[in-house]
Design a protein around this ligand. Sequence first.
Ligand code: PEP
Length: 251
Amino acid sequence: MKRQQIVAGNWKMNNDLAEGKALAEAVAAQAPVAGVTLVLGTPYIHLSAVADILDGAAGIHLSAQNCHQEESGAYTGEISASMLKSVGAEYVILGHSERREYFGEDEALLAAKVDKALEHGLIPIFCCGEKLDIREAGTHVELVQKQLAGSVFHLSAEDFGKIVIAYEPVWAIGTGRTASPEQAQEMHAAIRKMIADKYGAEVAEATSILYGGSCKPSNAEELFSQPDVDGGLIGGASLKAEDFLAIAGSF
Ligand code: PEP
Protein backbone atom coordinates (compact mmCIF):
# COMPACT_ATOMS: atom_id res chain seq x y z
CA MET A 1 0.00 0.00 0.00
CA LYS A 2 1.28 3.44 -0.90
CA ARG A 3 1.35 5.71 2.11
CA GLN A 4 -0.30 9.10 2.02
CA GLN A 5 2.24 11.81 1.20
CA ILE A 6 1.55 14.96 3.17
CA VAL A 7 3.02 18.45 3.20
CA ALA A 8 1.64 20.40 6.15
CA GLY A 9 2.36 24.05 6.85
CA ASN A 10 2.65 25.31 10.41
CA TRP A 11 2.19 29.06 10.21
CA LYS A 12 2.76 29.42 13.98
CA MET A 13 1.99 32.93 15.31
CA ASN A 14 2.47 34.67 11.97
CA ASN A 15 0.26 36.63 9.57
CA ASP A 16 -2.65 38.91 10.36
CA LEU A 17 -5.99 37.89 8.90
CA ALA A 18 -5.54 39.64 5.55
CA GLU A 19 -2.05 38.17 5.12
CA GLY A 20 -3.26 34.72 6.10
CA LYS A 21 -6.15 34.84 3.66
CA ALA A 22 -3.83 35.95 0.86
CA LEU A 23 -1.44 33.09 1.64
CA ALA A 24 -4.25 30.52 1.72
CA GLU A 25 -5.63 31.87 -1.57
CA ALA A 26 -2.22 31.65 -3.23
CA VAL A 27 -1.75 28.03 -2.13
CA ALA A 28 -5.33 27.01 -2.92
CA ALA A 29 -5.00 28.47 -6.43
CA GLN A 30 -2.35 25.81 -7.18
CA ALA A 31 -4.10 22.90 -5.45
CA PRO A 32 -4.37 20.00 -5.78
CA VAL A 33 -0.75 18.92 -6.10
CA ALA A 34 -0.85 15.46 -7.65
CA GLY A 35 -0.36 12.69 -5.13
CA VAL A 36 0.18 15.05 -2.19
CA THR A 37 -2.18 16.00 0.62
CA LEU A 38 -1.66 19.67 1.48
CA VAL A 39 -2.50 20.89 4.96
CA LEU A 40 -2.52 24.51 6.15
CA GLY A 41 -1.95 24.90 9.91
CA THR A 42 -3.22 28.37 10.65
CA PRO A 43 -3.67 30.39 13.83
CA TYR A 44 -7.08 29.86 15.44
CA ILE A 45 -8.51 33.17 14.31
CA HIS A 46 -7.78 32.39 10.65
CA LEU A 47 -9.46 29.00 10.58
CA SER A 48 -12.96 30.04 9.66
CA ALA A 49 -11.87 32.42 6.89
CA VAL A 50 -9.40 29.92 5.47
CA ALA A 51 -12.08 27.22 5.56
CA ASP A 52 -14.21 29.47 3.33
CA ILE A 53 -11.27 29.91 0.95
CA LEU A 54 -10.57 26.18 0.76
CA ASP A 55 -14.31 25.42 0.66
CA GLY A 56 -13.89 21.69 0.44
CA ALA A 57 -11.38 21.91 -2.44
CA ALA A 58 -9.72 18.62 -3.27
CA GLY A 59 -6.25 17.92 -1.94
CA ILE A 60 -6.00 20.77 0.56
CA HIS A 61 -7.06 20.66 4.18
CA LEU A 62 -7.23 22.85 7.24
CA SER A 63 -5.39 22.33 10.52
CA ALA A 64 -5.23 24.00 13.91
CA GLN A 65 -1.95 24.18 15.82
CA ASN A 66 -3.28 23.09 19.21
CA CYS A 67 -6.47 22.29 21.08
CA HIS A 68 -7.54 21.97 24.69
CA GLN A 69 -7.91 18.55 26.27
CA GLU A 70 -11.29 19.20 27.93
CA GLU A 71 -14.64 19.12 26.22
CA SER A 72 -15.76 22.62 27.23
CA GLY A 73 -16.02 24.82 30.28
CA ALA A 74 -14.27 27.48 32.32
CA TYR A 75 -10.90 27.53 30.54
CA THR A 76 -10.53 31.17 29.64
CA GLY A 77 -8.74 31.75 26.37
CA GLU A 78 -8.75 28.12 25.30
CA ILE A 79 -10.20 26.43 22.22
CA SER A 80 -11.81 22.98 22.20
CA ALA A 81 -11.59 20.22 19.62
CA SER A 82 -15.32 20.47 18.89
CA MET A 83 -14.95 24.21 18.21
CA LEU A 84 -12.16 23.46 15.74
CA LYS A 85 -14.29 20.87 14.04
CA SER A 86 -17.21 23.30 13.86
CA VAL A 87 -15.19 25.84 11.86
CA GLY A 88 -13.90 23.31 9.37
CA ALA A 89 -10.57 22.13 10.77
CA GLU A 90 -9.76 18.53 9.87
CA TYR A 91 -6.31 18.22 11.44
CA VAL A 92 -4.66 19.48 14.61
CA ILE A 93 -0.93 19.71 15.30
CA LEU A 94 -0.21 18.32 18.79
CA GLY A 95 3.00 17.96 20.74
CA HIS A 96 4.95 20.57 18.82
CA SER A 97 8.26 21.22 20.55
CA GLU A 98 7.31 24.87 21.07
CA ARG A 99 4.19 23.76 22.96
CA ARG A 100 6.30 21.36 25.03
CA GLU A 101 9.00 23.95 25.70
CA TYR A 102 7.08 27.22 26.23
CA PHE A 103 3.76 25.91 27.50
CA GLY A 104 4.92 22.96 29.56
CA GLU A 105 2.93 20.34 27.64
CA ASP A 106 3.97 16.93 28.86
CA GLU A 107 3.28 13.42 27.65
CA ALA A 108 0.17 12.85 29.78
CA LEU A 109 -1.41 16.15 28.74
CA LEU A 110 -0.66 15.42 25.10
CA ALA A 111 -2.24 11.98 25.42
CA ALA A 112 -5.42 13.67 26.65
CA LYS A 113 -5.32 16.14 23.76
CA VAL A 114 -4.82 13.33 21.24
CA ASP A 115 -7.82 11.49 22.70
CA LYS A 116 -10.02 14.58 22.60
CA ALA A 117 -9.03 15.41 19.03
CA LEU A 118 -9.81 11.89 17.85
CA GLU A 119 -13.11 11.89 19.74
CA HIS A 120 -14.17 14.84 17.59
CA GLY A 121 -12.91 13.43 14.33
CA LEU A 122 -9.81 15.60 14.04
CA ILE A 123 -6.62 14.00 12.73
CA PRO A 124 -3.72 14.67 15.11
CA ILE A 125 -0.38 15.47 13.53
CA PHE A 126 1.64 14.29 16.51
CA CYS A 127 5.11 15.81 16.79
CA CYS A 128 8.06 14.13 18.44
CA GLY A 129 11.78 14.78 18.38
CA GLU A 130 14.85 15.42 20.45
CA LYS A 131 16.79 18.49 21.52
CA LEU A 132 20.44 18.91 20.67
CA ASP A 133 21.81 17.60 23.98
CA ILE A 134 19.89 14.36 23.54
CA ARG A 135 21.11 14.01 19.95
CA GLU A 136 24.68 14.58 21.13
CA ALA A 137 24.27 12.05 23.92
CA GLY A 138 23.05 9.53 21.33
CA THR A 139 19.78 8.80 23.13
CA HIS A 140 17.42 10.32 20.52
CA VAL A 141 15.78 7.01 19.58
CA GLU A 142 14.98 6.26 23.24
CA LEU A 143 13.60 9.77 23.76
CA VAL A 144 11.25 9.53 20.79
CA GLN A 145 10.14 6.05 21.93
CA LYS A 146 9.27 7.60 25.31
CA GLN A 147 7.34 10.46 23.67
CA LEU A 148 5.31 8.04 21.56
CA ALA A 149 4.75 5.61 24.44
CA GLY A 150 3.59 8.48 26.67
CA SER A 151 1.16 10.12 24.28
CA VAL A 152 -0.02 7.87 21.44
CA PHE A 153 0.78 4.22 22.09
CA HIS A 154 -2.23 3.92 24.41
CA LEU A 155 -4.47 4.23 21.32
CA SER A 156 -6.24 1.27 19.79
CA ALA A 157 -4.78 0.14 16.46
CA GLU A 158 -7.85 1.59 14.77
CA ASP A 159 -7.34 5.02 16.31
CA PHE A 160 -3.58 4.94 15.82
CA GLY A 161 -4.26 4.31 12.15
CA LYS A 162 -5.93 7.72 11.93
CA ILE A 163 -2.99 9.81 13.16
CA VAL A 164 0.02 11.31 11.40
CA ILE A 165 3.46 11.41 13.03
CA ALA A 166 5.89 14.28 12.52
CA TYR A 167 9.51 13.72 13.50
CA GLU A 168 11.01 17.10 14.25
CA PRO A 169 14.52 17.26 15.66
CA VAL A 170 14.29 20.36 17.82
CA TRP A 171 17.83 21.41 16.90
CA ALA A 172 16.68 21.75 13.29
CA ILE A 173 13.48 23.75 13.87
CA GLY A 174 13.77 27.34 12.71
CA THR A 175 17.55 27.13 12.91
CA GLY A 176 18.34 26.67 9.24
CA ARG A 177 20.12 23.49 10.32
CA THR A 178 18.49 20.45 8.71
CA ALA A 179 18.86 16.80 9.61
CA SER A 180 20.76 15.03 6.86
CA PRO A 181 18.64 12.70 4.73
CA GLU A 182 20.45 9.81 6.46
CA GLN A 183 19.67 11.15 9.94
CA ALA A 184 16.02 11.64 8.96
CA GLN A 185 15.76 8.19 7.43
CA GLU A 186 17.41 6.54 10.43
CA MET A 187 14.88 8.06 12.82
CA HIS A 188 11.87 7.56 10.56
CA ALA A 189 12.76 3.89 10.15
CA ALA A 190 13.21 3.60 13.92
CA ILE A 191 9.79 5.19 14.49
CA ARG A 192 8.19 2.84 11.96
CA LYS A 193 9.74 -0.09 13.79
CA MET A 194 8.37 1.17 17.11
CA ILE A 195 4.92 1.33 15.52
CA ALA A 196 5.35 -2.15 14.05
CA ASP A 197 6.40 -3.54 17.42
CA LYS A 198 3.31 -2.01 19.02
CA TYR A 199 0.64 -2.38 16.32
CA GLY A 200 2.06 -4.73 13.70
CA ALA A 201 3.63 -4.26 10.29
CA GLU A 202 0.43 -3.38 8.46
CA VAL A 203 -0.34 -0.37 10.66
CA ALA A 204 3.32 0.72 10.58
CA GLU A 205 3.46 0.53 6.80
CA ALA A 206 0.32 2.64 6.50
CA THR A 207 1.43 5.42 8.91
CA SER A 208 2.59 8.67 7.33
CA ILE A 209 5.71 9.97 9.09
CA LEU A 210 6.59 13.56 8.20
CA TYR A 211 9.94 15.26 8.65
CA GLY A 212 10.08 18.75 10.17
CA GLY A 213 13.04 21.02 10.74
CA SER A 214 14.18 23.68 8.25
CA CYS A 215 12.73 21.77 5.32
CA LYS A 216 12.82 24.05 2.28
CA PRO A 217 12.66 23.84 -1.52
CA SER A 218 16.41 23.25 -1.74
CA ASN A 219 16.46 20.17 0.53
CA ALA A 220 12.94 18.74 0.31
CA GLU A 221 13.65 16.42 -2.60
CA GLU A 222 16.50 14.56 -0.95
CA LEU A 223 14.60 14.31 2.33
CA PHE A 224 11.42 13.07 0.63
CA SER A 225 13.38 10.54 -1.43
CA GLN A 226 14.14 8.60 1.75
CA PRO A 227 11.97 5.47 1.94
CA ASP A 228 10.44 6.23 5.34
CA VAL A 229 9.95 9.99 4.90
CA ASP A 230 6.38 10.58 3.76
CA GLY A 231 6.41 14.35 3.56
CA GLY A 232 7.06 17.34 5.76
CA LEU A 233 5.79 19.59 8.50
CA ILE A 234 6.95 22.98 7.32
CA GLY A 235 7.37 26.07 9.49
CA GLY A 236 9.17 29.07 8.02
CA ALA A 237 8.92 27.96 4.41
CA SER A 238 5.14 27.54 4.67
CA LEU A 239 4.75 31.31 4.95
CA LYS A 240 5.57 31.80 1.27
CA ALA A 241 3.13 30.09 -1.10
CA GLU A 242 5.75 29.48 -3.76
CA ASP A 243 8.16 27.82 -1.32
CA PHE A 244 5.42 25.70 0.24
CA LEU A 245 4.23 24.59 -3.19
CA ALA A 246 7.77 23.92 -4.36
CA ILE A 247 8.25 21.66 -1.32
CA ALA A 248 4.98 19.88 -2.14
CA GLY A 249 6.28 19.37 -5.66
CA SER A 250 9.46 17.68 -4.40
CA PHE A 251 8.35 14.04 -4.22
C1 PEP B 1 8.08 23.47 12.73
O1 PEP B 1 8.09 24.31 13.62
O2 PEP B 1 7.22 22.57 12.72
C2 PEP B 1 9.12 23.55 11.71
C3 PEP B 1 9.41 22.47 11.05
O3 PEP B 1 9.70 24.78 11.55
P1 PEP B 1 10.82 25.18 10.47
O4 PEP B 1 10.40 24.57 9.15
O5 PEP B 1 10.78 26.68 10.42
O6 PEP B 1 12.11 24.64 10.96
